[in-house]
Structures are given as C-alpha cells and as structure tokens.
Write a protein that binds this ligand. Structure first.
Ligand code: ADP
Length: 478
C-alpha cells in the first residue's frame, strides 16, 4: 500500500465513529474497527456484503434508490435530513444513528465514505428531557435563538388553547399580547447575549395571550440550555390570575377592616356632639319660637333635618360595626324569617304593587337578627331599584349545592347593574344611582356581605342593565 493510503487507514481506524466505505453497487469495501464493535460483526463478514446488512429490513426497499440519488450528485451531507435513522446489529437489534455521507474518488470509481454515530444515549437523554418537560405542572416552552418554538408540553396546550402542531415552529411572539410583542425580539436578543437562569420581566407585570385573544397575568422563568444546535431557552409559564385576585381581595378585606374600626370609633364619638346640637335646636324651636322670624325658623328646620339624617347615618354605622358581636347561632326556618320580613315591608310592597314569589326554603343554623336583616336589605333593594314603568316581581329561592352550602337567590326585574360595578356595590358607602331620589347610604350591601361572611358564605350579583338583578349568597349547611 502507498504511504498515503496507510495514513488514511490509520486515521479511519483511530476515529471513534464507525466508518464504512461503500461502492456504487452498495457493497461494503471497507469497515473500520469501530464498525465491528458497534454492529457486532467481524470485518470479514462485512466486506463485499450489501450495505443493507446494517439496515433494518423495513428500509431495504427504498435504500437502493437513495443510493442511486447520492451517486448522481455526490456531495458531503448528512443522510436522511429530518427523518429518524436506525441501524441494525448482527443480532438484529436496532439503534438510532446519525449518518454522514462523504463522496470519495478512488481508483475503483466514486465511493461513499459513511460515518455512523450511535445516538442512543443522546436520544434517551432527549426523551428523558421531553418527559420531564411534559410532566411539569407549569406550561413549558422551549425556543431557539430566533424565538422559534421547538417543544411544548400538554400544560401549554391547555393554558393557551393551541394544539401542539400550531405552536411548534411558530414564533414566541404569538403568545405575547401585541402591546408587548414588538419589543420582545430585542429582549430575547439581550437574554441570549448573557444567558442565565432568571425570572422574566423583573418589576413589570407580565401578560400572555391565548388563542382566543384573551389575556392573563403570568410569571415566567427562563432557563438557558446548551444543545448541539446552540443555546436554547426553556421558559416555564405560570398563570397567576388566581393569585392576583387573592391579593386584591386580601387588600380589600384589610381596607374594610380598618374602615370598620374607624366607623366604630367615629360613630361612637360623633353621637355625643350630635346629641348636643339636637338638644339645642329643640330648645330654640320650643322655647324661643316667639322671638324668631320665619327666615330663622327655616334655617332651624334645615339644621334639624340635617342632624336627623346625620344621626341616622351614625346609627347605621354603629350597627354595621356591631354586627354579629356577642351573638349565638340558632336553628332557623328561613320560610318564617322571610315571611316576617315581608310582613315588615308590607306597606311598601302594597304601595308599589310588588309581587313576591317564595319557594320552599330550608332550615339552617344562623344568627337570627342578621339573617332577617340580610333578606330585608335584599328585598328592600329589589323594590327600591325597580323599573318605574313596570310592575316589580321578586323571586326568592334556595338550592342545596353539593359542596356543603345552601345557595340562596333574590331575583328582581328591576333596573339592573352594569358588570363593572358588581364588586363595588358590596363596599361600604358605594351607591350607583345617586341621581335617584331613593334614600340610602350605600351601606345595605356592605352589611349583607358581612352577614353572609359571618355564616361562612359568599355573596355576589348576576345582572344585566335594564333587565333585573339576581343577588346570590351561600350559607354553610353545618
Ligand atoms: P343603598 O341601597 O343604600 O344605596 P346598598 O349597599 O344597598 O346601598 O346598594 C348599593 C348600590 O347598589 C345601590 O345604590 C344601587 O345602585 C345598587 N343596587 C343594590 N341593589 C340593587 C338592585 N336590586 N337592583 C339594582 N341596583 C341595585
């Protein structure tokens, strides 16, 4: 053998990959030591055999065509781009491979030098990685430097409403609201410039967008991963809608508590000077009436009405802050409670020609006065906010929902409430129809909320403007 041939052979023998030389007819002309090790054949068994001896049976049919194609325009390239390739050992067991093809001009014509790499370990690692990603409780998204999504898990499909094949190959920006997506490529570039494990958007509120266009707040963690194809990023996305809502609720509850405490102190302290003012007004009206002209009497009248209104306000406030204090729960038949309330409101009901339909109601453990006040406020509101051009009808009922709660409703056909006010009306001193002549301080529903919460329940409203409102509340069935 010539020196150059010897050198070539030495190199081929020393490489860690299996290397074989195949001629135009598909016969193996040479195989290195690594090929013997990888396939379990002795070199002698391979030389002059068709290369198909190393290929699983199911690929035999098409392989000669591929070979003819290669020899038509021989160039160095990877085999089977995009397809998964498998090789077969002497014992017929298969394993995944990566194959490189290199044309080689020899004295016996053009041949192909084939290098074969066993990628079993890599495939296993990839599979393990895929499984870990798949089973993660968060949405996990793998993307490359160009922002193309290469892998997602089932949680991502669930959270964003896309099918897997709709996302793979798409740009990450598809999941980001338009308002923010413009700047995202720039942010991505700076991430890949100095990749590190970190959470995204420090200090900013992050939002994601679903396929149907709805947006939701998210928390995003970024993990750079080194791969053969360069650095990629694994993003884990958590929907924090519930957490945000909870935070907002807690803040509101705290505010309500502080307000209640203030109410108690303020209303208590206000009562005394108010009483003094009332007393002196009374003295003026009774003892000095003769010395006062009409104008002064009118002023006194105004003062007297204002004090009366103020003392009512103060009393309501006091009642609100005293709700449920030093009371005991008793077994109560709600039918009786509601009947008593309706009797109390009898003249108003008659005057407004309101119809009240009451379904059979349960017996439960509750605070009696509070429960009465709850129904009183809701029925009173239903009448107060009726449509003036239509007879009002109120329906009251209850169903035993399976999770340990009774769910009551008080439904009216009144003026209704815009959805944006659904939460606000349950806060103290919040009124919507201030232009209307109805009396009120915006305390009724705050009271209702407090009463319902004392009973381990929740209160909310379902309503459409102009169509009527249904107030619903739950009470624990203990
Ligand atoms: P008030 O009745 O003293 O104004 P509430 O706390 O009872 O205070 O109610 C707050 C606001 O909610 C009311 O001012 C009204 O705008 C709205 N509201 C309550 N109940 C109804 C109802 N049944 N239909 C329409 N609007 C209602």
């Amino acid at each position: 053998m010539k020196h150059s041939e010897l050198t070539f052979q030495a190199i081929v023998e020393a490489t860690p990959n299996a290397i074989i030389l195949v001629n135009k007819e598909g016969k193996i002309a040479y195989a290195n030591h690594q090929t013997e090790k990888l396939f379990g054949f002795n070199r002698i068994e391979l030389i002059s055999q068709k290369v198909e001896i190393l290929i699983p049976q199911r690929h035999h049919e098409h392989h000669p065509d591929f070979r003819t194609q290669f020899f038509k325009s021989p160039e160095t390239r990877a085999m089977g781009s995009g397809r998964e390739l498998f090789a077969m050992r002497k014992d017929k067991s298969e394993f995944p491979v990566e194959i490189g093809l290199n044309p080689l001009v020899t004295l016996e014509g053009t041949m192909v030098l084939v290098s074969i790499i066993d990628i079993t370990t890599r495939k296993k690692a990839e599979e393990r990685f895929r499984l870990v990603v798949e089973s993660a409780p968060n949405a996990m998204i793998l993307a490359n430097k160009d922002g193309e999504i290469t892998l997602i898990n089932a949680q991502t499909e669930k959270l964003f409403g896309y099918q897997r094949n709709e996302l793979i190959g798409s740009k990450l920006e598809i999941l980001i609201p338009k308002k923010f997506s413009g700047n995202h490529p720039h942010l991505r570039e700076s991430f890949f410039h100095s990749p590190s494990v970190r959470s995204m958007g420090a200090g900013r509120d992050l939002f994601a967008v679903r396929k149907d266009g709805t947006q939701f707040p998210v928390e995003i963690g970024l993990n750079p991963i080194e791969t053969d194809q360069g650095t990629v990023v694994l993003a884990s996305v958590i929907d924090i809608t519930a957490r945000k809502r909870h935070e907002a609720m807690s803040a509101l509850e705290l505010k309500n508590k502080e307000l209640e405490q203030f109410n108690y102190i303020a209303s208590h302290d206000l009562q005394e000077p108010l009483r003094t003012v009332s007393n002196y007004v009374q003295i003026l009206e009774e003892d000095f009436s003769g010395q006062l002209n009409q104008e002064a009497k009118n002023y006194l009248n105004t003062i007297s009405r204002a004090t009366l209104r103020m003392s009512m306000l103060v009393r309501t406030l006091l009642e609100f802050s005293r709700l449920g204090q030093n009371k005991k729960m008793v077994s109560l038949d709600c039918n009786t409670i509601v009947k008593n309330v309706v009797t109390d409101l009898n003249s108003l009901i008659k005057e407004t020609k309101t119809t009240i339909l009451i379904e059979d109601l349960p017996t439960l453990y509750a605070y009696e006065t509070e429960l009465m006040q709850l129904f009183l406020n809701l029925i009173n509101n239903a009448i107060k906010f009726r449509k003036k051009d239509q007879l009002s009808e109120i329906r009251i009922g209850c169903r035993n929902n399976s999770n340990g709660h009774f769910e009551f409703y008080v439904a009216d056909n009144g003026i209704g409430i815009e959805p944006k006010y659904f939460a606000r009306i349950f806060q103290i001193f919040q009124r919507l129809n201030t232009s209307q002549e109805e009396e009120g301080y915006g305390i009724g529903l705050a009271n209702c909320k407090k009463i319902v919460e004392m009973h381990g329940g929740k209160i909310w409203v379902e309503s459409e403007l102009g169509k009527g409102s249904t107030f619903k509340f739950t009470i624990e069935t203990v």
